[in-house]
Design a protein around this ligand. Structure first.
Ligand code: C5P
Length: 406
């Protein structure tokens, strides 16, 4: 989970002038290893403890210290545009005091007033300083305004005393970052979404299979959009050549049976299921362990048997999630889709006229009609798969909300 939450995320690490600044090196290195894009901002005092070159080498990005360094953009605003999440580790009494009181007299304190993403403060200082009325009042004020405070740990402090004020280990700081990334708000915040995508492959022998031309784009767009809306998303994907969406846990499968098994592992644990995979309906009854030889044969018969219906089995879960399916049709599109919706126990179906140009398998666009369980029919114009995903999730969100209010 850790890797998928951090991969590709843009993280600003603010380092201020405490002895625990050396621990920020391990934090930054851990984030970079998890494939996050990290920019470090140091205060003048932090540079007395750790050289900026260390952070530059660890992140592969220039380290920012100076509000007045000549640049083409406005640096503190650029940092705010960049950041998905900010962590100040270690945070001294000084930066906490400045942030709580709106003082902006260097790059980090100025940027702090500009960020709109989650901000995590990890205080580290002498225990009496931490307990002081001023620091406590400032931390309280920041927490009230939505900053996330990582509780300092008890232990041996650099000043030789034992008490509260130690910067927690990297694992604790990373967990706070992951938590902040997961709970950034959004209309699907707190919901668990499971999506299937792509084709399945049904083996005939070790080198041959039966499949279909699904690219997986529709399901990947749904997973990415659900994640942007704050959901915790798992994507069970058949073989595709797409990058996993940011922040989404991907479970790779090959056959319909594997997809079924992977989905069943989440039984009862999801709020919304979106079946966008083009699951093969049939598989060869026996997959030969050896490559079938064509020598001496003019024809070959492959006996096929049905594969499990993933959506129909999700419809039997207790509690049952809101279920969205797709129907690729070539005629009587809406009527066939509405019938499929009832038969498989779905709440919403995305009816897809695959005969139309720009719709269905493979491409970037889709032309669909949404039909829901209460009989509403919405004909959408030709649009990108990302826009179809957004429309689908708008409607699914309404269905979840109306269920919750019942
Ligand atoms: O019946 P049909 O295959 O047209 O239904 C399409 C919908 O059912 C899609 O949402 C697809 O993901 C889902 N499906 C499934 N398991 C199958 C076949 C289809 O979940 N074995």
């Amino acid at each position: 989970m850790a890797e998928s939450t951090l991969r590709g995320r843009r993280i600003v690490v603010g380092v201020t002038g405490g002895i625990a600044a050396y621990k920020a090196c391990d934090l930054v290195s851990t984030l970079v290893k998890a494939e996050a894009d990290v920019q470090v901002v140091m205060t003048e005092n932090a540079r007395r403890f750790v050289g900026e070159i260390t952070f530059a080498a660890l992140t592969g990005n220039p380290v920012s210290c100076d509000l007045w360094a000549p640049r083409a953009d406005v640096h503190h605003v650029a940092l705010a545009d960049f950041a998905d999440v900010v962590i100040i580790a270690p945070a001294t009494a000084n930066i906490i005091g400045k942030y709580a009181n709106g003082i902006a007299d260097d790059l980090l304190s100025t940027a702090l007033l500009t960020f709109t993403c989650p901000v995590i403060i990890a205080p580290a200082m002498n225990s009496r300083m931490l307990a002081s009325a001023a620091v406590q009042a400032n931390l309280e004020a920041l927490a009230e305004r939505g900053a996330r405070i990582v509780e300092p740990e008890e232990g041996w402090l650099a000043c030789g005393e034992v008490g509260a004020g130690r910067l927690p280990d990297t694992g604790v700081l990373v967990a706070a970052i992951e938590e902040a990334l997961r709970s950034r708000g959004g209309p699907l915040s707190g919901l668990r979404v499971l999506v299937t995508a792509g084709p399945t492959r049904e083996p005939i022998d070790p080198v041959r299979f039966i499949s279909n031309p699904s690219s997986g784009r529709m399901g990947y767009a749904v997973a990415a959009e659900a994640e942007r809306r704050g959901a915790s998303v798992t994507l069970v994907s058949g073989p595709v050549s797409l990058e996993p969406p940011l922040g989404v846990e991907v479970v790779a499968v090959t056959s319909a049976a594997e997809m079924h098994e992977a989905v069943e592992a989440y039984a009862g644990e999801v709020d919304l299921f979106v079946g966008a995979a083009a699951v093969a309906d049939w598989r060869p009854a026996e997959a030969s362990g050896e490559k079938l030889s064509k020598d001496g044969r003019d024809e070959m018969t492959v006996r096929m048997v049905r594969t499990p219906d993933v959506i129909a089995s999700v419809a039997r879960w207790e509690p049952r999630p809101v279920i969205v399916g797709f129907a690729a049709e070539t005629r009587d599109v809406v009527a066939n889709a509405a019938e499929k919706l009832r038969r498989k126990g779905m709440d919403l179906i995305v009816a897809n006229d695959v005969g139309q140009p720009g719709a269905g398998f493979g491409g970037e666009t889709n032309k669909v009609t949404l039909v829901d369980v209460i009989g509403r029919e919405t004909d959408l114009p030709l649009m990108s798969k990302a826009a179809v995903a957004a429309a689908l999730l708008d409607r699914a969100g309404e269905l979840i909300a109306s269920r919750e209010s019942q």
